[in-house]
Design a protein around this ligand. Structure first.
Ligand code: NAD
Length: 297
């Protein structure tokens, strides 16, 4: 059955996600303020509209894929009055838990339904339709969204109430950021002590220091041939995005009174790296650690 969808935010992630919905036979009204993005959506078979509000008119579902929480709230102010009562709003952006809750509460107050559904899997997953969706909201709304999210994703997980999808996303990425820094420090220490990258990998990949960062995303060339380290740290997952997610996690640590020292430190380390290397893959943090320690014995 064709679902009438409004899609806002046709960037690196949103463009392929919207294209997959069109390819699955859904009726997609697409909006992005960038004319080229609207043109690309048109070429992919969506109907591009000229304002955000138009994308919400007579839709079953409205999906947003935007860079920041404030932007989601601003766009919702245009969308909510334009949508028919009971429209299901799904925000797939990665934003602050508090902003996600506010956006959902405003949608419900306006007579609609709302889910937060941030993703992991990057542009590759968005293009292939294999994203993981971490969904927060009522069970009935999750059930209603499942078919649409499955078009864009390989795994769709109901994490809990509104905001808990965002919680899953920032908890995972905080752990990944911390783990990549720890792994990189260990690799650089091994280098100094005469341990080759391959020997490090052969031991640690099956020992207690094992991690996804090592076995699937190794930050040095060689042991995992398709990791960004083998391609001059082209992302992958850009440092700018890791820095953004760690900042959201650090804010959440503070807002919830948690003594999250490593989360705070990881956010600070990536913020500093982001000032010079925003466009490189986040695993390039190892080059920073190596350089900063050079000359000291
Ligand atoms: P992007 O900057 O490429 O795209 C964002 C798009 O939103 C842009 O095209 C921009 O013009 C558009 N936009 C701005 N204002 C708008 C408005 N008022 N109405 C409609 N569209 C508007 O960002 P992206 O990489 O696609 O990321 C989108 C979200 O997904 C972010 O929250 C990001 O953190 C998250 N995310 C990204 C990745 C990734 O690998 N890129 C992975 C997981 C999650």
């Amino acid at each position: 059955m064709t679902t009438k969808i409004g899609f806002l935010g046709l960037g690196h992630m949103g463009a392929p996600m919207a294209a997959n919905l069109v390819a699955a036979g859904h009726d997609v009204l697409a909006f992005d303020p960038v004319p080229e993005a609207r043109e690309n959506a048109r070429a992919a078979g969506a109907t591009a509209v000229d304002t955000a509000a138009e994308a919400a008119v007579d839709r079953d579902v409205v999906i947003t894929m935007l860079p920041k929480g404030k932007l989601v709230l601003d766009v919702y102010a245009e969308l909510l009055p334009a949508a028919a009562p009971g429209t299901l709003f799904i925000d797939c952006s990665t934003i602050d838990v508090a902003d996600a809750k506010t956006a959902a509460a405003r949608a419900v107050t306006a007579g609609h339904r709302a889910l937060d559904a941030p993703v992991s899997g990057g542009v590759t997953g968005a293009t292939a339709g294999t994203l993981t969706f971490m969904v927060g909201g009522a069970a009935a709304d999750f059930a209603a969204a499942h078919k649409i999210l499955s078009v864009m994703g390989g795994k769709v997980v109901h994490c809990g109430d509104v905001g808990v999808g965002q919680a899953a996303k920032i908890c995972n990425n905080m752990l990944l950021g911390i783990s990549m820094i720890g792994l990189s420090e260990a690799l650089v220490l091994g280098e100094r002590l005469g341990l080759s990258h391959q020997s490090f990998f052969d031991v640690v990949s099956t020992a207690s220091g094992q991690s996804w960062a090592l076995t699937s995303y190794c930050p040095v060339p060689g042991p995992v041939p398709n990791s960004p380290a083998n391609n001059d740290y082209q992302p992958g997952f850009a440092t700018a995005l890791m820095s953004k997610d760690l900042t959201l996690a650090a804010n959440a640590l503070r807002a919830n009174g948690i003594d999250g020292q490593l989360g705070e430190l990881a956010a600070a380390i990536y913020e500093r790296f982001n000032n010079t290397d925003a466009g490189r893959d986040f695993s390039a943090i190892i080059t920073d650690i190596r350089q900063r320690g050079e000359g000291t014995e």
